[in-house]
Design a protein around this ligand. Structure first.
Ligand SMILES: [Zn+2]
Length: 338
């Protein structure tokens, strides 16, 4: 909702020629991101804090970021919403209201590359439709397991997203992806295959990923988080709230050359129409105001209410009973007269 307002303001500014228009006002030496929402000074570093899978423990991270005036991107699997350990609709609304971005991650966290095209399409489009039903503006997608193919990219585009994140492709360690770049170039990044380093919850490694981008001419560093809790059972996929808060504190103190922005803000692209069907489990029927009659369905464009259906059913049932009794009576009469 907030992003829609941002885009509208940007469009209005562009039409009116106001200095806020990203494309028009890009100062020399700066690099507009593909969608033009952010203008980064040359050599700047932009960090996107992304959270996968909609775990309930991520709510604390959202609050920590909001307290610092920062926004993250939360990629949600809508079929998990509300189950134990997963964010509820109300919590997601709270996160959205804090200024964060809610993105999609597929209905059921299935590797889309393993699915037939129509099933992959349902996973992506219906997930997005469900998120949109709650009033979110899902522009950004993350491939479950980072599983990418040109076919899956096409599905994500067709479902109306504006970007998609993988989970590898940037420098990780001397052993892993050692020749990979330290950061994406936000001006030329493939926004349908946004790269990241592997997930880490090590504070020193998180800092290193930002420092190595700063030290190699800046760029875009999307970081991936899963659980944010003191929960040893989650192993390497959990960062403690204390470590997370310390990292955010450290980021906030980096100075103007390093900033934090959502994936949607960096990747750009407007909000596109929704394709797909929202998940029935999560989209309850709207409450019926007292005395109001809701249409159960329409016949030739005429709304038919539930009470109409019941009344019609009674008439048909009564008619059937009367016809049956008349029928049996006349058969009995026929038997008697034979
Ligand atoms: Zn995931």
């Amino acid at each position: 909702m907030r992003l829609r307002a941002t885009v509208l303001l940007a469009v209005a500014a562009a039409v009116l020629g106001l200095p806020g228009a990203a494309h028009a006002a890009a100062p020399a030496g700066s690099s507009p991101t593909p969608g033009g929402e952010l203008v980064l000074p040359a050599g700047a570093t932009v960090v996107s804090l992304t959270f996968d899978d909609g775990f309930r423990s991520q709510e604390v991270a959202a609050r920590v970021l909001a307290d610092k005036g920062m926004a993250g991107t939360f990629y949600v699997n809508s079929s998990s919403i509300g189950y134990p350990a997963y964010l509820t609709v109300a919590q997601l609304r709270g996160i959205d209201a804090e200024g964060h971005e809610i993105g999609g991650h597929g209905l059921d966290h299935e590797a889309l590359t393993e699915l037939p095209a129509d099933a992959a399409r349902r996973q992506v489009c219906d997930d997005r439709a469900t998120l949109a039903t709650f009033g979110f503006d899902p522009r950004s997608f993350a491939y479950p397991y980072g599983a990418y193919s040109p076919e899956v990219r096409r599905v994500v585009q067709d479902c109306g997203y504006s970007s998609a994140r993988t989970s590898s492709g940037l420098y990780d360690s001397p052993e892993l992806c050692s020749s990979c770049p330290r950061a994406e170039d936000p001006a030329t990044a493939d926004t349908w295959r946004i790269r990241t380093s592997g997930t880490t919850t090590e504070p020193a490694l998180l800092r290193q990923r930002v420092l190595q981008a700063e030290g190699s001419g800046g760029g875009w560093v999307p970081l991936v988080f899963h659980h944010v809790c003191t929960c040893p059972q989650e192993g390497e996929s959990a960062i403690t709230p204390v470590d997370f808060a310390a990292f955010v504190e450290w980021l906030a103190a980096r100075g103007p050359g390093t900033r934090v922005a959502t994936v949607g803000a960096v990747a750009g692209g407007g909000l596109r129409p929704v394709v797909g069907t929202p998940l029935e489990r999560l989209v309850a029927a709207p409450p019926v105001p007292p005395g109001a009659r809701t249409a159960a369905f329409t016949v030739a464009g005429v709304a038919v209410s539930q009470s109409n259906v019941i009344a019609a059913g009674l008439v048909v049932a009564t008619g059937a009973v009367v016809a049956y009794r008349r029928g049996t009576r006349s058969r009995r009469y026929a038997q008697h007269t034979r």
